[in-house]
Each structure stands twice: as structure tokens, then as C-alpha cells.
Design a protein around this ligand. Sequence first.
Ligand SMILES: *Cc1c(COP(=O)(O)O)cnc(C)c1O
Length: 397
Amino acid sequence: MHEFDTHTTFRSHAPGYWPAEAMEQWHDHRWQLRNRIDSLADLEAKLVLSDEERAGVLLAGTKLAMAITPHFFNLIDRENPDCPIRRQVIPRIEEGWNAPEEMADPCGEDHHMPVPGLVHRYPDRVLFLVTDRCASYCRYCTRSRVVSGVGEQQLETHWEAAFRYLETHTEIRDVLLSGGDPLLFSDAKLDRILSRLRSIPHLQFLRIGSRIPIFLPQRITPELCDMLKKHHPLFISIHTNHPRELTLEVRDALARLADAGIPLGNQSVMLRGINDSVEVQKALVHKLLMCRVKPYYIYQCDLIHGSSHLRTPVASGIEIIEGLRGHTTGYAIPQFVIDGPGGGGKIPLNPNYVIDSSPSHVTLRNFEGNLFEYPNPSPIQPDDLLSLRHRALAKAR
Ligand SMILES: *Cc1c(COP(=O)(O)O)cnc(C)c1O
């Protein structure tokens, strides 16, 4: 089940399922984008929908658009109504219901924008929202208030003002490009943005947040990688939630990025019935390591409007970390975080391994549940020091 496999290719589906030219065009990212499934008719031609899904697709048109690349669509297991791929990208009626705790802007980003498009929440780094478009749309998108362009609010990015802000704020050393998905831009446009950032001497570290390696691995061309590696140190954070997403095509795309010297991290979101078990998370993080991707964060799902059917209790995330730590490679273990509702930033959550603490010692438990005492440093006794000094003097004579 969790092997790398090829089943995203068009060959796995009956003839007529994709247009005839799919045979030659499948590996062309432009073809993939042109042939995204983005209407009810498209979807129903390929999949038997439940009533909940049909209603969800109809409602999505004024909230967060539906779009699914053929590559990602082919990962859907059509026999399984609870398929973890299906539930990430096909809208359901529950999306139309806003739970009382939910918000349009759960991370309070709009209140931390000194310039439209630039979120400056932390002292030394900024989030730069450069586009509102993605290759496919995740139904739990934290930025669904602006992403996909069909909602009431539009993303505004004031490019020149943003660059000027970055130039004058010398405390900023780290810029994270996100959106939307920056890797949807052409190589030339991305090169211009990265070059402009690189012309600002105090910006040490650049990052791109992108799910394109997963939704559209065909976009990770050798030419793109050659361009990106001119802008080092540049990291990429990808977004995967389930081991089935890591296909052979995705593995090869990630290898091209890693071979270009780009350190890769993964961010996943806890999603009910999709990846809220130790078994699925363990398979995911092991496959990520095989792709040279370090599991970076696992997010508690943000309190975005219409997400209650996908959200999990906070305890599930802590249980997952507990099921990984000690049981597998340390490199495989992400940090579980909650983005503090309303704009608190990322807050780490960990299982509690400290059972008791006093000035003299702490009592700890390990991953097997055994208890250990770790004493704090004992003060050196003046008499002991004095006799050591006498012994040293005796040697000197
Ligand atoms: C997540 C985030 C960052 C980056 O945080 P790291 O912990 O450094 O990965 C920066 N700015 C904003 C607003 C963010 O949400």
C-alpha cells in the first residue's frame, strides 16, 4: 500500500477517460493545468459522486474553487468513498457550514500586513504572498478567503511597496514566498522575483512554500531547478499529507530539487480520517526521508470556515508525535504546531515527558514508559576544592 508506484499515469484508467492526446501530453505541465478537473460536469464524467459531494461542488464555486490536476486526480481510489486523496480535493456539503469557532482569517494574517501581500508576524522573517492561484485546491486551505479568486476577498500584492519594505527593514533576514503557489509562475518571472530579493544584502535565507511537487510534479523541470539553484541558500517546503501522494513521478521531481542542492521540508496538516493515525503518519515520514525530505511541521488544522468535518482533536497530534518519537528515526519526526487562533503564530505542542521536577532533579519518562531521574548539577563543596588544591600543590613541588 505504501510502496512508490506509478498509478498516476493515464494508463491506469480506461481509454476515453482522458482525451486522446493525454498519451503524449501527460508529462507536460501545461497540459496538466489546461486539463484540470474544475467543473461538476468534468468530475461527474469521471467519478460517481455522493449527494454530499455534488452539493459541495456546487457550493464551492463562490467560496474556494475546485481544481484537480489529472496527475493528482488519478490517485483517487474510485472504489473507496473515503479515499484520503479524494477527501483533500473534492468539496463536500459540510464546507458550507461554519462552526462557531471558525474564522475567515484564522491566523490573523490580514492584521499583520504592513504592506498588502506581506505578512510580518515574527521579528526576523516575513511571509510574502505572491499569488492567489494553485495547481489544485486543498479543501481545508488556511487562506481560502483569498486563494483561487472566487471568494469575496481578493489577494492584493503591492510588489514595489513590498520590496521597499524589505529593503528598509534590515531586521528581516528570511523571506518565505507563498500564496497560492509560487511555482505556478514561469521560470522567468520567478527568477526576476528571486533576483530582486537577492539584491537585498540583509536577506540571508529564502524559502518557497509549494504543493506543486505533489500536485504537478511535471512542473519541476531541469530548467526550473537550474534557475532556482542560482539563488541559494534557498529551501523549499512542500505539503503532503498521505503516503499515497508520494508516487514515482513525485519522487523523481523531489530528487531533481534535492540534486539542485535545495533542502526540502514537508508540512502536513492533521486531517480527520485522512492522516490522523500513527500508522499513516509513520508511512508518510518514512517515504519522505526516502525522497530526501525532512518532515518539518505537522499542523493542527486551522479554524478556517467550513473545516469542522476535516479537523481533529488536538490530542490526536500529540499521540502521533508520541507514536513516532523513539520509535523511529529522529530526522523523521516533525514538530506538531498550532497556529494561535487570531494571530498567535506557531505554537509547538509536545507529549509531556517530564513527570515531576524539583530544584534537585527531574523525573522523566522515556518512549517505552520507563521512568528515569536526571539530577541537576550538585554544588562543589568548598572542602573538596581545598583538598584538590593541596594535591595540585603537592604535585607542583
Ligand atoms: C509560518 C510562518 C512563517 C515561517 O515560520 P517558521 O517557523 O520559520 O517556518 C513566517 N511568517 C508567517 C506569517 C508564518 O505563518
